[in-house]
Design a protein around this ligand. Sequence first.
Ligand code: RET
Length: 293
Amino acid sequence: MSSTHQKIQSIRIVSTFFGLWISAYLLGGFENYVAFFLIFSLGILHGSNDITLIKRAYGSENLTFFKVLTSYIMLIGLGTALFFLVPMLALIIFIVFSAYHFGEQHFHFLQVKNTISAYLFYFGYGLFVITLILYLNASDALRIINQMIGVVVVLDVLRWTLLASAILTLVTGTMVYIKQKFNVFLELFYLLLFSVVFFIASLIWSFTLYFILWHSLPSLADQVEFLYKEVTKETIVRYIRASFIYWLLSVVGFFVLVQFFKDNPTVMLSFFFSFLAAITFPHVLVMHKILKH
Ligand SMILES: CC1=C(/C=C/C(C)=C/C=C/C(C)=C/C=O)C(C)(C)CCC1
């Protein structure tokens, strides 16, 4: 593990405990502001440099900036249209993509990469974590999901998904472990920590702590390393400069669109997750290309 990732590992464990402590002391409303601030800063930032990453990952010979931008916008458009036309299918695809993406980032240190068992392991693990967040905050989660897809999803769906993803993770994790040993106790400790956090914290705060500390931070470090070979103050500043315009566009875009929904908090939250979903689709594909190597 590189020294950057070791540092991030310590930062995220300490910050998770701090986040847990905060959730006991901050008032709900203020906690939500901090959560959205973190999602709109670090969370969106970690997906803002995708266009540079695609060009680098595919080699820039045949790919013009215009071609990449057009396919990127088309994918986001497709994602948005899907949420309008067939919301339930869109949500399922989004969760499948997100689950794989979270698991792939979490286990990016494994050398066992392009095998079916590794793919299923990433997917199973990510799905387990996402469902754990939803299950331990079920009333809020189900309200938002119902609002997003217009169908009543019951607690049993979460319960069975949790069980199925746990079994999938266990079976495929064993297959991966046979090929490459990893620290199972540390992974179990993380899962225990997540369960305590998700149980105590609210839905938005639980999602934020996982998304920012356990996903976006290590992903940012990987991307900076991929683009500039090392993570230093200078390369971080270069990364921020290169992604700033995309970051600004998505944040401004979100705040313009959200004006239509500002009178109803639940509709606003479901719009927020649909927006996150639409910009997530191309990001997952780009990161898969990078983490594969
Ligand atoms: C928390 C939560 C949800 C799941 C969000 C997910 C899965 C987000 C994934 C984001 C990604 C992968 C971002 C890019 O890196 C739902 C089911 C939408 C609605 C209820 C609350």
